[in-house]
Design a protein around this ligand. Structure first.
Ligand code: FDA
Length: 397
């Protein structure tokens, strides 16, 4: 890779953002013979890749398909996901001899380190002679005479194609910004109202009992309307987190109700049967067979059925079990962009070609990755979108 110090340079394409999407796009376009410049304000590329998946990067999901993504246009992601699939990325990973494993639910992780994914992308950028400019603040982006000009501190660069790959504002302390949305609006593209997603939810005073369970987790099904996720929920000092909550948070909007099924695998008459088996014990003892002690205590307290099970009518036990299977609550909010793994919403897909990611009415302008209004579930789906959309643009540049 070349390093540039000052002056104005001419390229075939300028990519803003050296995250997963930008690096994939650069590697593909570069290896197709395009002269590519990638610009990022961070001091190193792929920072979110490095911290992802607990340092092992959940780099794809073998089930990635359009239904696993939220977007104002649920069909938009089909083309890119179909043309550059999880299998294609696995082949790339294999080509680079990176060992990986499936953890659960189709989620693939590096055996060793997320650093290998960044190195792989940089190696392929190197093969394509891509120029990388890191630690650069972008002071201006203009478009005239069919060329885009990007002005940095010490240099300017110009090209007939510009790719917006600066992601969304989730985790600002890592350098995430809403620059993509500002730039999109500057060029007349619409932006679907962004909001934090895959984010812990907060509980109010009325659910204080749960807030005292910080650190306790349970196998659950979370539900918002007809959408359900089976995974762990974790109580935190502010409310709820864990994979099942993060998943459902992407569907939740302020004021909406969410429900938790704490008994996904229990038969309908489980508590009535428990009473038959141990009539002298209390409800809390029965709950202890299903939940960690602290959670059993809190739930028993909430259900407020005192005394021996023998003295609690079956009807009340069935009602208690129904509540445990559909515990409804209204979060007071979320922990916001500071804790959100992704940003939902973003550059409106109506303005983009689903084949190439190019803006329909602004030739040469592309948008890829998280900046676009396509947001995946937890579990490798978001990186797959970064690879697929980056590949689609990289092939079209
Ligand atoms: P990304 O945000 O990666 O890259 C954007 C780049 O643009 C950054 O390098 C940034 O510095 C740069 N930039 C931003 N503003 C700029 C500006 N104004 N000027 C210049 N440069 C600018 N997904 C998944 O599939 N599996 C996983 O395991 C995880 N794990 C995970 C953990 C954590 C903690 C987070 C926060 C997120 C995840 N994700 C994930 C989500 C995943 O990281 C995310 O969807 C992709 O990184 C998006 O890739 P992009 O390239 O689109 O944006």
């Amino acid at each position: 890779m070349t390093n540039v110090l000052s002056q104005t340079y001419t390229y075939d394409a300028i990519i803003l953002g050296a995250g997963g999407a930008g690096l994939m796009c650069a590697a593909i376009a570069g290896q197709r013979g395009k002269r590519v410049l990638v610009i990022d304000h961070a001091d190193k590329p792929g920072k979110k890749i490095l911290i992802s998946g607990g340092g092992r990067c959940n780099f794809t999901n073998v089930d990635a398909r359009a239904e696993c993504y939220l977007s104002a246009n649920r069909h938009f992601s089909k083309s890119a996901l179909g043309r550059y699939t999880a299998q294609d990325f696995i082949e790339m990973v294999d080509r680079h001899k990176i060992a990986w494993h499936e953890k659960e639910l189709g989620q693939l992780f590096c055996d060793d380190s997320a650093r290998q994914i960044v190195k792989m992308l940089l190696d392929d950028c190197g093969r394509g002679d891509v120029t990388l400019q890191l630690g650069q603040s972008i002071s201006d982006v203009t478009h005239s005479d069919a060329r885009y000009t990007v002005t940095l501190d010490n240099m300017a660069a110009t090209a007939p194609a510009l790719v917006i790959a600066t992601g969304g504002p989730s985790i600002p302390k890592m350098g995430a910004t809403d620059f993509a949305f500002q730039l999109a609006r500057q060029f007349g593209l619409k932006v679907v109202e962004p909001r934090p997603a895959l984010v812990p939810l907060t509980l109010g005073e009325d659910e204080l009992l749960f807030r005292n369970l910080s650190g306790v987790s349970a196998d659950t099904i979370t539900r918002h309307g007809k959408t359900r996720f089976r995974a762990g929920s974790l109580f935190t000092h502010k409310g709820l987190s864990g994979p099942a909550i993060l998943q459902i948070s992407s569907y939740w909007r302020n004021g909406d109700q969410i429900s938790i099924n704490f008994l996904p695998d229990y038969p309908a008459d489980w508590l009535v049967d428990a009473k038959k088996n141990a009539p002298r014990s209390g409800l809390k003892s029965a709950l202890t067979t299903a939940f960690p002690d602290r959670l059993a205590t809190a739930l028993a307290e909430k259900l407020a059925l005192d005394g021996e099970m023998a003295n609690i009518p079956d009807k009340k036990l069935r009602a208690a079990q129904a509540r445990l299977s559909d515990w409804q609550f209204t979060p007071t909010g979320s922990e916001g962009y500071a804790k959100a793994e992704v940003t939902i919403g973003g550059i409106n897909t109506n303005g983009l070609s689903s084949q190439t990611m190019e803006a329909k009415h602004i030739p040469g302008l592309y948008a890829i990755g998280e900046a676009v209004d396509v947001t995946g579930w937890l579990g490798g789906y978001n990186f797959q979108w970064a690879w697929s959309s980056g590949w689609a643009a990289g092939m079209a540049l």
